[in-house]
Structures are given as C-alpha cells and as structure tokens.
Design a binder for this molecule. Structure first.
Ligand code: ADP
Ligand code: MG
Length: 226
C-alpha cells in the first residue's frame, strides 16, 4: 500500500511537471506561429518579427537546457577550477546588461586563489542564473556586491543585490519548478542551480529582506568528496 501511495505521488508529480513544461513551451510556440502567419501575408521581410521570433526560440532553448539538469545525470567531469576565473567568465556575458541598468558590480575578493572541485560549465550556469536574477531584481541603479573567499573546506561565492527582496512566505517556494514572479520568467533557473550545487556536494544559502535586497551564497568543496 505504501508503494502504491509513493507511485501515485510520483505520477502526480510527473503530471505537474508535464503540465508546466507544456504550458511554458506553448506560449513561445503560439507566438512563433502567429508571426509566421503574419509574415505569410506580408510582402516585405520584417526584421522586428524575426527578432521576436528569435527570442521566442531562445526561450524554448533555455527551458530545455534547464530541464536537462534534471535528466539522467551527465557523466561527471569534476576538476579543480579557479572560482574567480569562472565568475569573471560569466561576467563577460553579463557586464553589458549590468552597465545598461546602471548596476555597479563591486568585487570583494578576500582570497586570490580559490580552487573548487567542480564541473566548471555547470557552475558557470549556476552563477549566470544567480547574477541574472540579481540584476533582474534591481529596478533602480545600485550595487551588486560579489564576495569570494575560502571558508574551511569550501570555496564561497556570494552575490548580494539591492533589489526588491523576497517576501518571507515566498522563500520556501524558491527552487520549486515553475515558481516565478516574473511575466517573462520560467521559474526553472533556481531549480537547476539547487540541483547542480547538490550534485557537487555543495551548499546554497539565501538571505533576503523584502524591500532591501537578497544574498545568494554558494559553497563548493575544495577537494573531492568520497
Ligand atoms: P525566473 O528567474 O525565471 O523567475 P528563477 O528560478 O530563477 O526563475 O527564480 C524564481 C523566482 O525567485 C523569481 O521569479 C523571483 O521571484 C525570485 N528570485 C530569485 N532570485 C531573486 C533575487 N535575487 N531577488 C528577488 N527575487 C528573486
Ligand atoms: Mg532566473
């Protein structure tokens, strides 16, 4: 009987996930279809349509990438990597958006060389997501403070924003699939982050105050764990 219960729980969860995925993918598909129809009746090639269509395709691509973190775990390619290098690598992709929004990135790096045992591509995905969320939370110009240091047997990276903050009652929803408060969000980013950090035997902490800002901190082991 217990087995049956678990089985039905699993089915319910799969149903929930499937409904969420279907919903998230249907929106950009509907929009793509609409633009194709418009273009069929239009004699001129409209570049604006193409721009929107491209961004809708990117949206589907993002969703599929983020769900991939939940697919069968990929073979682990863990090595020692410089956490600061991974972070700077991410920033080359995000710096422009930060500048456009007048967000100053303040680096407080206590230790120059913090090496962590990780799959650098996966950690890059995590950092990009956290920094993006931080930037998106800041409606006004301000500072994004990044701290990097060794903490016991972990490398620590924290990202502190001066954004909207997260109401207490929503904190527990972070990382749940499809939980988003954004009109163009998909609510898969944090779920992917939590999953990746867990696979690395690391930790992720959130501190947030509504109206003040949030700090997301990741801890990654500095040496292989069993
Ligand atoms: P998405 O960014 O697509 O909404 P995420 O999983 O990345 O999905 O984030 C889920 C939700 O968590 C966001 O919609 C937002 O409400 C909240 N959140 C995440 N990071 C922050 C942050 N730095 N500041 C405020 N809210 C945040
Ligand atoms: Mg996000």
């Amino acid at each position: 009987q217990v087995d049956n219960l678990l089985q039905s729980d699993k089915m319910a969860l799969i149903g929930q996930l499937a409904a969420g995925v279907a919903h998230e993918i249907r929106n950009p598909l509907t929009s793509l279809k609409g633009f194709i129809q418009l273009m069929k009746s239009d004699t001129k090639l409209n570049m604006d349509y193409l721009e929107i269509m491209e961004s809708e395709i990117d949206r589907i691509d993002t969703i599929s990438n983020e769900l991939m973190a939940f697919a069968k775990p990929s073979p682990k390619d863990y090595q020692l990597h410089n956490l600061q290098s991974i972070f700077e690598n991410c920033m080359t992709l995000l710096e422009r958006e930060a500048i456009q929004r007048k967000i100053k990135v303040v680096r407080k790096f206590e230790d120059e060389q913090v090496y962590v045992y990780c799959d650098d591509q996966k950690i890059k995905q995590v950092i990009i997501n956290l920094v993006k969320n931080a930037i998106e939370a800041m409606e006004k110009p301000g500072c994004l403070t990044v701290q990097l240091q060794k903490k016991d047997e972990f490398g620590m990276l924290s990202i502190q924003d001066e954004g909207t903050g997260i109401p207490k009652d929503l904190l527990e929803k972070l990382g749940q699939p499809f939980f988003t408060t954004k009109t163009s969000g998909n609510g898969l980013g944090l779920m992917m982050c939590y999953k990746i950090i867990e696979e690395h035997h690391g930790k992720i902490h959130v501190e947030s105050e509504w109206g003040v800002g949030s700090t997301f901190t990741i801890y990654l082991p500095t040496s292989p764990t069993q």
